[in-house]
Design a protein around this ligand. Sequence first.
Ligand code: ADP
Length: 306
Amino acid sequence: MTTRVACIGECMMELSERPDGSLLRGYGGDTLNTALYLARLGVAVDYVTALGDDPWSDEMLAAWAAEGVGTGEVRRLPGRMPGLYIIRTDGSGERSFHYWRDSAAARDLFSGPGAAETQRALAGYDLVYASGISLSLYGEAGRAALAETCRAVQSKGGRVAFDTNYRPRGWPDKAKAQAAFRDAMAAADLIFASAEDLDWLYGPDGEEEVLRHHGRCEIVLKGGGSPPSVRVLTGTDDVTVPASPIETVVDTTAAGDSFAAAYMAARLAGRSPAEAAACGHRLAGTVIGHRGAVIPRAAMPDLTLD
Ligand code: ADP
């Protein structure tokens, strides 16, 4: 039977400001990037979010479907819109991100009309993936509903993966984020944790916050360094897998998102944690050699997962 994966989160409209002030339109979101790369690696994956009934929401849906991402569980909220961000590049090439997302439809996935149906549908997946950014969308009640959904997934034999993407601006204060991440890690069967996120969130105790789950779940600890290494811990393995050096790093957008996709695709195909980490490095290493989150299809490395 086909393994079905659900990626939960938000995709926003992206406007990149050009030197003449005009704006180039695209779209982006961390968990969407992961869904898209999973689809390219042959995994049956749905993106689970809420959109509006506006033309840009229509365009996003069509683009995801064209990439092979399932859209059957995308809720459309009448009168609502997707969130939006502008990327501004200053004279020295430094980029800054500016957001309009407080009223984005995606925030009501676990609270608006139809939330119960979304929860029921999610419970039927084999693997459900969410990130720290996903958590920041929902508020206390929404996060509780997501946690309940994850328990339902596990009670049916499915698994839950959590990626610690910490963006301070998404949280009212650090304590809320710390508590939400703690709960999410305690509930997950697979944790992708970046040393940088853990350090921002928990300071010197960061690694300990994750390693306390060693033995209970699979942990992928992404360290710094150049090239970076990851340490993968399962009940039986504790291996460190370095990335190959990359000649030119063009843009690190979606490095972690694509790493997670290739890691999960490889594990779902029966590869060992060390092999899966090597696949993660190969895809992420290719992604950072290109501009933008999503590389051309022709540039996808062959991970031979069949
Ligand atoms: P994020 O901050 O998006 O989570 P990371 O910095 O943790 O991303 O990097 C994720 C992955 O991207 C790494 O595990 C590695 O596979 C790849 N990567 C990132 N930077 C480099 C680099 N300088 N050289 C080689 N691979 C890299």
